[in-house]
Design a protein around this ligand. Structure first.
Ligand SMILES: Cc1cc2nc3c(=O)[nH]c(=O)nc-3n(C[C@H](O)[C@H](O)[C@H](O)COP(=O)(O)O)c2cc1C
Length: 163
């Protein structure tokens, strides 16, 4: 039995749905899982017409979760402007302690492009924190998830983190 933390940012609920499916499968396999959603003060979404500095993107993370007590740490968020969520990136850069030797895996949801880059960005930060980084999953959808793709991605994640 492993203690697993899933730290996530979600704006419109898709990443939460992915995270809940991962949690449900891991719990069914006999693991202890905590789903730790990041709460923010301010606005993380980009400013007017995505012009840098035009108003958005100023936020702080409220009570960032402490993950040192877990064996495995999963982190996830949406792809924004072909990059990882700025909220999860801020958490990884500023709030994640050294997690040397712990397994870690990143996941993302997106509509069309940027999944591989988002995973790379999160993985780089996880590596900097000393984690043993496993291959992540970026799940694309249109309107809603394809159930078979969701189940397959969840299965791959659970296989990697529990083996
Ligand atoms: C500000 C913003 C930027 C986005 N940029 C991208 C993008 O570059 N590539 C993409 O495929 N989807 C993009 N999307 C769509 C989101 O990645 C997608 O809807 C995601 O699943 C949202 O996750 P959430 O429901 O957990 O917030 C963007 C959405 C928002 C709000």
């Amino acid at each position: 039995m492993k203690n697993i933390a899933i730290v996530l940012h979600t704006n419109s609920g898709h990443t939460l749905k992915f995270a809940q499916a991962i949690r449900d499968k891991l719990v069914a396999l006999g693991h202890e899982v905590d789903l730790l959603g990041l709460r923010i003060a301010g606005s993380a979404t980009p400013g007017f017409m995505f012009i840098p500095g035009a108003g958005g993107g100023r936020f702080t993370i409220k009570s960032p979760p402490e993950v040192t007590g877990y064996d495995v740490i999963l982190v996830g968020g949406p792809v924004w402007m072909f990059k990882a969520s700025p909220v999860i990136m801020r958490y990884l850069a500023e709030d994640l302690p050294v997690i040397k030797g712990k397994k870690a895996l990143s996941f993302a949801t997106l509509l069309f492009r940027g999944g591989a880059r988002a995973l790379r960005m999160m993985n780089d930060e996880l590596e900097t924190s000393g984690a043993d980084v496993l291959e992540g999953e970026a799940l694309r959808y249109f309107m809603k998830f394809n159930e078979a793709e969701l189940v397959a991605a969840v299965d791959r994640i659970c296989e990697r983190v529990t083996s």
